[in-house]
Design a protein around this ligand. Structure first.
Ligand SMILES: Nc1ncnc2c1ncn2[C@@H]1O[C@H](COP(=O)(O)OP(=O)(O)OP(=O)(O)O)[C@@H](O)[C@H]1O
Ligand SMILES: [Mg+2]
Length: 341
């Protein structure tokens, strides 16, 4: 795989995007099934109308583009996911990028929920001591007695005792909390330290069709464990100037794990996230990503929308929080692509 170059121009929008995310208004589910946040003031109604018009323009542009997607390529034909008459053995996917805040956790939750809507049984593994995946599924990590940490560090703790059901049918969670931060150091002294996650997942592999591992933003031993256990890697990449920085190092790590620890490891796909169809900047970054990674880039692109931060607060996936939103549709399309790959 070639080493990607960075886009030529720096982003002017990262700061303002962060600022707009911090102004999110949280609404009740009943109010919310579109793509826009509910806001009550007259000025916010004006903003809402403006955004609705912009969204409409973007959709019109998509139609004018004659079936060409945001990747600049025509959408590929994706077959309907075949129904399953039995479950397992699971394919393990590591959701990985050492850059922080690129949509790893959001994509793990929503891809997991969308795969479950296709009749797949899904285990989500929170492999980040921040516990954001657990929070995003409505679980308070500090209240947990046992987490993935106990499963990997204590041989007496069985994975089935720690896995819990979520509010989403077909989606289970192996939760995490800050305890996991100690594992990075403690694992160093273990025999077969890179294979620890693979070893603990083995007993449940036949219960699931997909195991999605939400990695922390680093390339340390926990991430190497996720890559060693994985069949595929999904790399969420923010459509932003600095997003390609560091990807070469990530690819290098994936190749080393493939050579030394896990020959079956493959890059399942690159997922462009936080895409803004109205900005030239997003389009330029997208073009660079497709130039560097070609067909590995999923046709599905996740747009930037405040619906995602809202779902984190709600503690559920967008597919149930706002089932008719464009964000939900995008993760459903991604699930179809993942099943087809
Ligand atoms: N498509 C999107 N549009 C707007 N906001 C988003 C989108 N995807 C994720 N977010 C928000 O961006 C923030 C970071 O997302 P997320 O936690 O999924 O990233 P991450 O890569 O897991 O971060 P970390 O590296 O810290 O684990 C969250 O507040 C999330 O709600
Ligand atoms: Mg995360």
């Amino acid at each position: 795989m070639s080493t990607p170059n960075e886009p030529a121009k720096p982003s002017a929008s990262a700061g303002s995007a962060a600022a707009s995310l911090s102004q999110v208004t949280i609404a009740t589910p009943a109010e919310h099934d579109g793509d826009e946040p509910s806001e009550d003031t007259i000025s916010s109604r004006g903003r809402k109308a403006k955004r609705a018009k912009e969204a409409k323009d973007a959709k019109q542009q998509e139609r004018d583009n004659d079936g060409i997607g945001p990747t600049g390529r025509p959408y590929r034909e994706i077959p309907d996911p075949p129904p399953l008459d039995r479950h397992g053995p699971a394919l393990v996917m590591a959701m990985c990028n050492q850059k922080g805040g690129v949509g790893k956790t959001t994509s793990t939750i929503n891809l997991g929920a969308a795969l479950a809507e296709c009749g797949r049984r899904v285990l989500l593994v929170d492999f980040d001591p921040q516990g954001a995946l657990s929070v995003g599924l409505g679980i308070q990590p500090h209240e947990l007695d046992q987490t993935v940490y106990n499963v990997i560090m204590e041989r007496s703790v069985s994975i089935t005792d720690v896995i819990r059901k979520t509010r989403v049918d077909g989606v289970d969670l192996l939760p995490s909390n800050i305890d996991l931060s100690a594992a990075e150091v403690q694992l160093v002294a273990e025999v077969g330290r890179e294979h620890t996650l693979l070893r603990v997942l083995r007993p449940v592999m036949n219960d699931y069709d997909y195991v999605l591992v939400d990695c922390q933003p680093s390339l340390g031993l926990l991430t190497v464990n996720a890559l060693t256990a994985a069949d595929g890697v999904i790399i969420p990449l923010e459509c932003e100037f600095f997003s390609l920085r560091g990807v070469a190092l990530l690819i290098d790590t994936i190749e080393k794990v493939q050579e030394r620890l896990n020959p079956k490891l493959d890059i399942t796909g690159i997922l462009a996230t936080m895409y803004d169809p109205r900005t030239l900047h997003s389009k330029e970054v997208m073009a660079r990503v497709v130039e560097a990674f070609g067909d590995t880039v999923f046709d599905t692109v996740i747009n930037r929308t405040v619906r995602f931060p809202e779902t984190t607060v709600a503690g559920e996936p967008i597919t149930t929080w706002a089932p008719k939103s464009a964000g939900a549709a995008a993760y459903r399309a991604l699930a179809r692509e993942v099943i087809a790959r």
